[in-house]
Structures are given as C-alpha cells and as structure tokens.
Design a protein around this ligand. Structure first.
Ligand SMILES: [Zn+2]
Length: 273
C-alpha cells in the first residue's frame, strides 16, 4: 500500500497508512506539529512513514500508547533517523521487552521490534510557540495517553475515541478505566480531536460526550437484561448484533461479547453515579 490520506489542519500535518484499507481500524494516522511527531504508524508501513519524517526536521517522536499500530516504527526511527523517541512511562517496559501480538495483529500491522524510549515529560514546548500537555487516559491500555495543545484546544486522543458507538472491545481493555478517563478528559478545555483512526473531529467535545453517554447507557442496558436472566451471548446478540467474521478472525480477542462482559463486570449504573 501507500500513503492513503494526507491530513492538513492548521499547523498540523499527518498521513494515514495501513496495509488493509477497508476499515478505519486497519489504518492509522501519525501527526506532525511544531517539530514533534505523535505516533509512528505500524511496522509494515515503515517506508512511507520514513518518507514523511524526512520531509521536515523532527525534534522528537512520541507515542500515545504501546500498541504496534501507534508505536511500531519507534525502533527504526531510533536506529535509522537517530531522532529522540519518547513514550508514556507505562509504555517503556512493553516497548523495551516486547509484548504479545496476536496473529491477526501481525497480519494487519506487522511485527514490532523492541526499542528503548525516554518518558514523555508532563509538558513540552514545541517549535512555533506551540506546546503539549501530557494527559494520562488509561483504559484502552494501561499506558494510553492524550496530548493537549492548550492554546489551540487540540486534543490528540490516540485510541480514546475511534467511534462514539463502539461495538467491539479488545479482551485486554479496562472499560471502567476507559469511562473514568473519558470523564476526566471532558473536564479539560479543548474543541478538536485528532484521533489516530478517525482523523480530525471538529466537534470533539460533543463526540467524546456521545461516547461516554453511549457506554454508560450500554452498561445500564446490559445489567437490565442480565437481571432478566439473559446470558452474555444473548445480550450481545440483542444489543450489538451477531459476532461476525471479525470476532472469529481475531479468535475473540476483538469481539462484541468482550464489550458486554466488560459492562457486566462494572457496577450497575443505578447503584453508581
Ligand atoms: Zn490501541
């Protein structure tokens, strides 16, 4: 494949890359602003990522979390381009020691190499008078992190958003933490989301609010149906539809029933909030 899309928004540039182009979650975007690059694309797209990075001087490369579609080119960037590579503190260990990458992920993204990263500071001054604040947003993964440009109201969300009405969940996601992170982020001052899969979302606050509302209401629905004696499989079919080939292809690592089971693991809405 090649560069699938070129993103230009105010002082931000980006490219979308990916081997399979049929869905937004099989492609990933990296962004560049003020001499800093956020996320690196998957390992099997290195030649296109390299070309993008070599267009302009890059002072540092940082990632939103360790998943290979975001961090997969840190190793070649470190070794070939000698650019400083940074990651959230919790990502340092999986990136330097390696982590499990299931077959379907290797097929879509390729196999990442290990790399030593430095921790991202709480705040970074960028070229052109821009800055970034580091906002931990665990849930999707323990190390998931957003970056906020406070004066412009730009929030780089990694995989915090992706879609308002998500129907699938990875087995290793923590839905309770994810909901708490959405709530915390909504207290910040921002307008625009820079999502790693969806791209630029102008009404970012509304989008994140819709996602939070959807997950909270889904949680309530799941508990209501469970109280009627319905199983996870029955609730999944009723609320999200049949599993389909994506769940089978990933051996249920990425499946609808994971989202239902995760809702069930959380306290009922009527007993919280
Ligand atoms: Zn991810």
């Amino acid at each position: 494949m090649s560069v699938l899309d070129r993103i230009e928004f105010a002082d931000i540039e980006g490219i979308r890359v990916g081997r399979f182009t049929s869905q937004i979650n099989t492609t990933c975007i990296l962004y560049r602003l003020g001499g800093t690059v956020i996320d690196t694309g998957p390992p099997n797209q290195w030649r296109f990522v390299r070309r993008f990075l070599e267009e302009k001087e890059v002072q540092r490369v940082l990632v939103t979390h360790h998943h290979e579609d975001h961090s997969g080119n840190l190793a070649p960037i470190d070794r070939t381009l000698k650019t400083p590579v940074l990651s959230p503190r919790e990502a340092i260990e999986p990136l330097s020691k390696g982590y499990e990458v299931q077959f379907y992920r290797r097929l879509i993204w390729g196999r990442p190499l290990v790399v030593e990263t430095a921790p991202v500071p709480d705040r970074m001054e960028l070229a052109g008078g821009l800055s970034l604040a580091t906002i931990p947003t665990p849930g999707h993964s323990p190390d998931s992190t957003c970056y906020l440009e406070p004066d412009r109201g730009w929030l780089f969300t990694g995989d915090l958003y992706i879609a308002a009405r998500t129907r699938y969940l990875r087995q290793d996601e923590d839905l309770g933490e994810h909901i708490a992170s959405l709530r915390r982020v909504l207290e910040l001052d921002f307008d625009t989301l820079l999502c790693s899969h969806r791209g630029v979302i102008a009404a970012g606050r509304e989008a994140l609010t819709r996602k939070l509302d959807y997950l909270v209401s889904l949680r309530g629905e799941v508990h209501r149906l469970h109280a009627q004696g319905k199983s996870v499989t029955e609730i999944t079919r009723e609320l999200l539809g049949g599993e389909g080939h994506l769940s089978l292809f990933t051996r249920f690592h990425f499946a609808k029933r994971n989202l239902i089971a995760a809702c069930l693991d959380l306290p009922d809405t009527s007993t919280e909030d």
